[in-house]
Design a protein around this ligand. Structure first.
Ligand code: AGP
Length: 634
């Protein structure tokens, strides 16, 4: 959600900024901009050049080619609009009234209205609708106050002005500031939004996320909340919000940030759907070894003390991660026997349930940066610590695809889903990775709690071990089926997805995928719930996609599908081939597997159908409108 890059060093800044922004474009692509400062041999002051372009980064690249952005110091931004429409005037960097001080920001300044009002009363003229624009004006005002005794401009002044302004900002921010009066200094600060400093050879590159550092450095210094840093050719000076100098050693990135390519695929999303069989194989090999009898059925990096005493689990997540969590909750309750509740992270933070004893709190986030999830975890940790007693002690686990992300620094236990870099904004392979991780957790808890017989544990483990080999063929088969089916959706405006039990979350995920990339209105329901209202929507132009897998609720789902067919709806079944599934107008066949593992199969037709419907409509599948891969604002 907005990407920031800032660089200071001995190489031209603009190419480094553009390269970094390219790798952060998944965070927002409404507009992009950069500012650089060119030093002057005749004066101590430099010259600030600011270029901004609406739309994708390519537009900014063209502008930089045309106009040039000289200098070895610069800041860049790729925007996901919060305050103000995606227009050039709302693109970052934002400048003060002199035009010589520029700021890029990620986050939301929650008190921007009152700050703007007070600045306007002082005569400041605003040119954008953003919350960010208050920041350069506030810094400029602070600089004036600090220089009222005639002090010359210097980097210490800029640092102090930014520090004072940061104390006035409510909400979350990561920001980078340039001032042409000090052409050899860059100031960065952060609170509740990610910001890392990458240490190169004689140069520093700050960024919102690690992909921007690929090829630059593996040595990083992540800023902590409230910290502020002054970067100059001489080095980094780090301070807390009180202005006290901080000493901290840099660390090394754990993950390998490879540059993703589409290979021969038309879109990243399709490539990532195909990658799922390989991810599943790797995951199974890593976590479900064929151990000897009596050995742990799951290889997770946790000791027995992690599992011991856990009586309740609560899971906090958003979007697709929440759907994976719902499958996880089903497994943890029904297979491992632990009461488990899933919450929208954004709701949990402000309306938490009463504390439950001996509770494990799990945050699920592929990006590891989702502000709603991170804030909810912090809140829960704090209230449990405040409560005091051992019974309500805080125990937190993060499930993520990004082991260098904020969640990995925030919670003590981490499970890496190991899906590799996902570029498509619509999550696919990370969803599968999250599901697999929950299977592993459920088996581990069931085994430690002795809630299941060895036979049950081995059966589920062996089914999971066989599943990757079936996946590749299933993906190929549904790629073709979905491509053939997609044109029949060209005028569709509403789609209903139905599922029950462990496949209800997959119906929700199917609906979310379709909405996200094709902009078709879609809703997922528990199949039995349709007759209680949504059935009123049905007519022949509303397709119903029903997941019907053999097991506890098979017949019930088929009856619910019949109810839809009786209302003329076009009925698409995600179900095994057989006489009973002939009721479907179209069958998207999946293998007949146990109900436990059926979500791992039923999600594939959902992903591919959404993909082909969107691609068939000529839409930007990998970067759908209004979305971002990493949602770092609440
Ligand atoms: C998934 O397709 C979506 N882009 C979105 O719902 C996403 O799952 C949600 O924003 C949570 O992201 P996270 O997993 O990075 O926390």
């Amino acid at each position: 959600m907005c990407g920031i890059v800032a660089v200071i060093g001995s190489r031209p800044a603009a190419p480094l900024l553009l390269e970094g922004l390219k790798r952060l474009e998944y965070r927002g692509y409404d507009s992009a901009g950069l500012a650089t400062i060119k030093s002057s041999s005749k004066s101590s002051k430099g010259f600030l050049r600011c270029l901004r372009a609406n739309g994708k980064l390519a537009n900014l690249m063209n502008l930089v080619d045309e106009k040039g952005a000289p200098g070895y110091l610069g800041i860049g931004h790729t925007r996901w609009a919060t305050h103000g429409k995606p227009e050039e005037r709302n693109a970052h960097p934002h400048r003060d009234s002199s035009g010589g001080l520029a700021v890029v920001q990620n986050g939301i300044v929650e008190n921007h209205i009152s700050l703007r009002k007070s600045l306007e009363e002082e005569g400041v003229h605003f040119v954008s609708d953003t919350d960010t624009e208050v920041i350069p004006h506030l810094i400029s005002r602070e600089l004036c106050l600090l220089r009222s005794d005639g002090q010359p401009a210097n980097s210490a002044l800029l640092l102090e002005a930014v520090r004072k302004v940061s104390l006035q900002l409510k909400g979350a921010y990561a920001l980078a500031v340039l001032w042409e009066e000090v052409p050899d200094a860059l100031v960065v600060a952060k609170k509740q939004a990610p910001l890392l400093i990458g240490l190169g050879e004689g140069e520093f590159l700050c960024a919102s996320d690690t992909p921007a550092l690929a090829g630059f450095t593996r040595t990083i210094l992540p800023l902590e909340d409230g910290e502020i840093a002054l970067l100059s050719p001489l080095g980094i000076e780090l301070f807390d919000s009180g202005g006290n100098r901080q000493q901290r050693s840099p660390s090394l990135l754990k993950s390998q940030e490879d540059e993703a390519t589409k290979r021969h695929f038309r879109h990243f999303m399709l490539k990532e759907i195909y990658e799922q069989s390989e991810i599943a194989s790797l995951w199974v090999d890593r976590h479900l070894p064929l151990g000897l009898p009596g050995e742990d059925p799951v290889a997770f990096p946790f000791r027995d003390s992690f599992y011991k005493g856990v009586e309740n689990i609560q899971i906090l997540a958003c979007g697709t991660s929440r759907h994976a969590a719902m499958v996880g909750a089903y497994l943890l309750e029904q297979f491992a026997g632990i009461p488990t509740t899933v919450f929208y992270a954004s709701e949990f933070r402000y309306a938490p349930p009463p504390l439950t004893p001996n509770t494990l709190t799990i945050g699920v986030t592929q990006s590891g940066e989702t502000a709603d999830t991170l804030s909810a975890l912090i809140m829960e940790d704090q209230r449990r610590k405040l409560h005091g007693g051992a019974l309500f002690a805080s125990k937190q686990l993060g499930i993520t695809n990004r082991i260098d992300s904020s969640i990995a620094r925030q919670v003590p236990y981490i499970l890496d889903i190991g899906a590799g870099l996902e570029v498509g904004v619509a999550a696919t392979k990370t969803f599968l990775g999250q599901l697999l991780t929950f299977y592993g957790l459920a088996i581990a808890f069931a085994s430690k709690r002795k809630n299941r017989s060895t036979h049950d544990l081995i059966t589920l483990r062996d089914e999971l071990r066989c599943f990757p080999s079936q996946l590749h063929a299933l993906i190929r088969q549904h790629d073709e089926i979905a491509a053939n089916l997609a044109p029949s959706f060209s005028d569709t405006q509403n789609v209903i997805f139905l599922g029950r039990g462990i496949n209800y979350p997959i119906a929700l995920e199917g609906a979310l995928k379709l909405k996200e990339i094709s902009y078709i209105h879609a809703e997922g329901y528990p199949a039995g719930e349709m007759k209680h209202g949504p059935i009123a929507m049905l007519e022949k132009y509303v397709p119903v996609i029903s997941i019907a897998t053999p097991g506890l609720v098979f017949e019930k789902v088929l009856s619910n599908a019949q109810e839809a067919k009786a209302r003329d709806a076009k009925l698409i079944g995600v179900a095994p081939e057989g006489p009973v599934t002939e009721i479907f107008d179209v069958l998207m066949p999946i293998p007949e597997v146990s109900e436990w593992i059926s979500p791992l199969f039923s999600v594939i037709p959902m992903q591919l159908l959404s993909y082909h419907i969107a691609a068939n409509r000529g839409l930007d599948v990998d970067q759908p409108r209004n979305l971002a891969k990493s949602v770092t604002v609440e």
